[in-house]
Structures are given as structure tokens and as C-alpha cells.
Design a protein around this ligand. Sequence first.
Ligand SMILES: [Fe+2]
Ligand SMILES: [Fe+2]
Length: 199
Amino acid sequence: MSLEPDHYEQYAADSRSGIISKLKKHLDKNRFEHCVRVEATARELAAANGADQTIAGLAGLVHDYAKQRDVAEFQGLIRRFQLDPELLKYSRAIWHGYVGYLLVQQELGINDIRILNAVKYHTIAAPVMSVYDKIVYMADYLEPNRSFAGVEMARAKTQASLDEGVVFQNQQTMTFLIERGQAIYPAALEAYNALVPKS
Ligand SMILES: [Fe+2]
Ligand SMILES: [Fe+2]
């Protein structure tokens, strides 16, 4: 599959190489390499689903930009932006997307709502998801280094239908959290209720 050139500077303060330097500053090697794989997978999913590969690729590349920030930095952002105080009861697993998109906006100069929302919702999904939200959500789950039980089924479902893939991942994630007795952030539960097929 041939991929379009990036031209990320259309949507960001930097070109791809500038963004990569910033990612490397804030992420360890494993996390950085995961981001590059999610970028490539997002571009493939965009090509397969008639979406813009530049927007999808850039969103994939920066989706975990905030993953390794200090807890105190997230707490500060939640207070400064007067976000839902309930968020303070959760952890970086929720914050790095749902709050971290603000750092993508401020530090990488990305203001395109399609990219910011795809970063915001990449962990918890959303009741209404754009094609870019779905692509980054699935690219994060399916990038080539993912090897969990069921990954091949998830890949096959996503290839057949991006929407089917989203529902599959969402159900798997909710089951995983409940089996481990973990709390579910209310916005994630709203996403689940909206996404699962109703009988
Ligand atoms: Fe993430
Ligand atoms: Fe990720």
C-alpha cells in the first residue's frame, strides 16, 4: 500500500521530524516506537476507510505524547482547565488521552479538532466517534507489536468493518476492567452504552 507524504506541518507547529524530537524528549524508547507503529497502522486504516492519511497518521503519532507525564502535571491541568473533578480519582491511564490532548495542543501546536479528539478518546472511546477517533482507537489496539489473546480476531473484524472493531475492543476493555474490579470512568461507560449493539 503506498502512503501519502506526511506534511504534518499543515496541522502542527512542526514538521514530522520536529514532532519526533519532542516525542523522544517526553517518552522512553518503547513508548516512542509504539507511537511510530500506531502512526503507520492509523495511515493504513485511513487508506482502507477513505479517510485522510495525514490527519490519521499525525493523530496516531502523537496519541501517547502525554503518557509519561507526572501525576502532578495532570492534576494541575485538571484544576487549571476546570475539568470534571471526578477525573482526580482516576490515573494516568485515563488522563494521558482525556486530559493529555491539551498538552498536544499547547506544546505541539496542533489545533485541528479531528486530531485532538482522536487523542482525547483513544483510551476510553466516546458515544459519538469520528472516523479519526475510531482509527486511532483501533490503531493503538492493533499495531503490529500487539500480541494479546484475540488480537487476530480483532484485526479480522476491523478489516471487515472499522465499526465492528471499535465495538469489539470496547467490549473487551470493559470486560477486562470489570474482571479486575477496576472503576470505570463515567464517560467510558457512556461510550460503552452508546457503542454496544442493542438487542
Ligand atoms: Fe494511550
Ligand atoms: Fe498507545
